[in-house]
Design a protein around this ligand. Structure first.
Ligand code: COA
Length: 143
């Protein structure tokens, strides 16, 4: 993605995450530009319909990674876009350990994450501003 995608990311994010602390455009702008982050988008006819980002943690190898966000326009969900975006993030991790947080009641996302090797490690109570809990999930390093 490029920095000019930030407003569209924020628009999708507000639609998808409502009360769960959606990122504003400035946050996407910074994250897309950051040296240690990798952001990818899915486009249909030039319109951004999906976005995903991951950050590399630490200063020296072996690095760990944290999925920041992943979202697909509701009109385009259920067609493999989210799976492809996540696969791209995992490619960027190069088989390193990857963490993420997900609402404990977000069954579609949890199913996708489990399917690619993430496992729930614990619950972060009231992780979101609206009081919802999150699972922390971890994907082990792939040797
Ligand atoms: C989670 C999300 C990114 C998945 O994107 P998507 O493009 O709809 O997903 P895909 O079509 O690639 O499906 C991938 C897998 O996700 C799971 N999945 C997707 N939709 C599902 C649903 N409605 N119910 C259960 N599992 C579902 C399945 O495991 C599916 O694999 P399958 O098709 O082999 O069964 C999308 O639902 C979304 O944007 N949700 C709102 C934002 C969000 O919750 N992001 C994650 C925050 S941590």
């Amino acid at each position: 993605m490029v920095e000019s995608d930030a407003p569209r990311c924020a628009e999708l994010e507000a639609q998808l995450f409502g009360g769960d602390d959606p990122w504003p455009a400035e946050a996407f702008h910074r994250a897309i530009a950051a040296r240690d982050s990798h952001y990818v988008g899915a486009r249909v006819g030039g319109v951004l319909v999906g976005y995903a980002g991951i950050a590399r943690l630490g200063r020296t190898a072996p690095y760990e990674f944290e999925v920041h966000t992943i979202g697909v326009d509701p009109a385009h969900q259920g067609r493999g876009v989210g799976r492809r975006l996540l696969a791209d993030l995992l490619d960027y991790s190069g088989g390193g350990v990857v963490y993420l947080e997900v609402r404990t009641d977000n069954a579609p996302a949890i199913a996708l994450y489990r399917d690619v090797g993430f496992v729930e490690m614990g619950v972060r109570k009231r992780y979101y501003r609206n009081g919802a809990d999150a699972y922390t999930m971890r994907r082990e390093a792939i040797k």
